[in-house]
Design a protein around this ligand. Sequence first.
Ligand code: TUI
Length: 314
Amino acid sequence: MIKTKLCELLGIDYPIIQGGMAWIATGELAAAVSKAGGLGIIGAGNAPADIVREEIKKVKAETDKPFGVNVMLLSPFVDEVMEVVIEEKVPVVTTGAGNPGKYIERLKEIGAKIIPVVPSVALAKRMARLDVDAIIAEGNEAGGHIGQLTTMPLIPQIVDAVDIPVIAAGGVADGRGLAAALSLGAVGAQIGTRFICAQECIAHKNYKKAVIKAKDRDAIVTARSTGHPVRNLKNKLTRKIDKLEKEGAPKEKIEELGIGRLQRAVIDGDVVEGTVMAGQVAGMVNKIESASEIINDIMASAEDVMKNICQSII
Ligand code: TUI
């Protein structure tokens, strides 16, 4: 059984964190992942604080195991969401799209573990100075808003630059990916895209089908010209955005086109004109399974991979 420092740090059985995907990672998914021995995470995204509280309550009603909330720091509701996270004594807080510095003291007071997501060495170093518990290093293979570096060069450079545990994200969907992440010096992996296709995930069936249908080159990056590139599955909307970018449309116009589109895909099932965020591993996700089947498969195969590597050395 593969246990790492991440299991100790968070009180979980397996070194797997589920990505805190906006709209997709609700209390249902987070509870299922935590019950299965990973760390389930609620993706707060741009949701108002009362909605986030409801999701937290759903997890607490299902399990006493540790879980987390991902706070998207660009959310207009970020201060209220942090208040709810503190009131509800959420055990683990991951953050994205910014610097969680001003919230750290109060999160520490409730004993929360704080784990910022970063896409670069410079940001990892800055976060490590803030007394955070670990860092999630997210490569460009990931879905959603992404940085420039891919996971393979990003993880070892961050591992060398900070003296806190590093969790790999972006491009991991199975046991091979987890074993690779551990080989690069990470203490575990954050996995998003594969959990979209968990039975317990509330994403619309059209969204799940789109992920399952996706091939290796379908998870493309759009909106580069805005300075906030997004990895999502190719569709009518991404073609429209590409066309506007080629025509040199102002970034405000492209940003405006993206508003409400994730909800449209995840909740309404409009995978043609909605934003279908997914990582490059979408091509490796081929079926709907329970969260516990996903985790058991990843762990069993990671062990096999690591044994086979040892055996193949002559
Ligand atoms: O946050 C992400 N990926 C996301 S967030 C998201 S939410 C959303 N998007 C569109 C519509 C509705 C909801 C979708 N995907 N990844 C983590 C991440 N964090 N990537 C990059 C960063 C980051 C960027 C800057 C972290 C820190 C940072 O700091 C800048 C500073 O202020 O120091």
